[in-house]
Design a protein around this ligand. Sequence first.
Ligand code: MRU
Length: 364
Amino acid sequence: MANLFEEIQPIVYKNAKVFFLDQTVLPAETKWVEVNSVEICWDAIRRLIVRGAPAIGIAAAFGMLVASRAAPKSSFEEYYSHMKNTGEYLATARPTAVNLFWALKRMDKKILASREKPLSEMDTIMESEALAIQKEDEEVCRAIGIHGQEIFSRTSCAKDKFTILTHCNAGSLATSKYGTALAPIYVSRERGLNVRVFVDETRPLLQGSRLTAYELYTSGVDVTVITDSMAASVMSKGWIDACIVGCDRVAANGDAANKIGTYGVALLARAHNIPFYVACPLSTVDLDTKCGSDIEIEERDPAEVTEGMGKRTAPYGVKVYNPAFDVTPHELISGIITEKGLIRPPYAKALAELLQARYSGLHN
Ligand code: MRU
């Protein structure tokens, strides 16, 4: 099933079936997982078959569609109880990316808003909502790309040529299309601008070298992989115009959780006077989380560190600490690029205003 789709896409809905591209085996293999049970969906999110904050949200929305098909439909109460339990179960797959909870909440609201409809229509309603979340994510990422490209053009001394450094994968593979951090790169390419990318390999699971390098390279972007420990040296040479990363959750004060190692990149960027941007949809902003220290940081299996390269790289029995994310304090962030444009400090005020406008219908 290598050519199930033509573009790089992590989640495909085809002939009423849900498929996730197995990102654990990329770039060596193109393998698809058919998601025909909620357990498969949970496991795929947990094991990073599907990963990246927006993609996790979309995956969960399709998980709810799969759940709806199997749900009892003799009464709304029975149906809703099944769906509510499923949502709570899917929410336990990973703790840090707020998009997972955002998407599940949206599916839940949709169910409640449809309670007067015949239960026989619920599968179609869930299908439309999951597809809408996927489609909107594509539009949002495109908008982030346009804003980001304009920022890069202003940042670089040579307006048609710039070099950026990114960490982890916040590209098409992490969203429905374009990505967040990588969207400005794709838009730059479309506009005929000359963009070069340095990508940290991103220990321990190598999302940078396996996924970002894969998608940029196959799209014809000039990409160079470096190990995480080479970023300082590359910055010191004056090769980087800007750093841009994605994000799993932005707290109300602008602190941002992203893949482990991002905080280090931000510190290095500050030391070298390089702007450091976070790119994310507004669905990644969580005003209920006051600051970065309130964000739950996922800790993963020690084997990802000791055997992540497919070969034992540490003594058996040694202690391992494996947090999957870290928090970049808002003071180190030059700007947050969203679908509504660039947000500058002070973030607390700007984020609250933007989110309030969104929910009061000023923005969709
Ligand atoms: O553990 P992962 O691979 O899900 O981590 C992903 C990241 O840290 C991404 O940078 C983030 O989710 C943003 S994706 C647009």
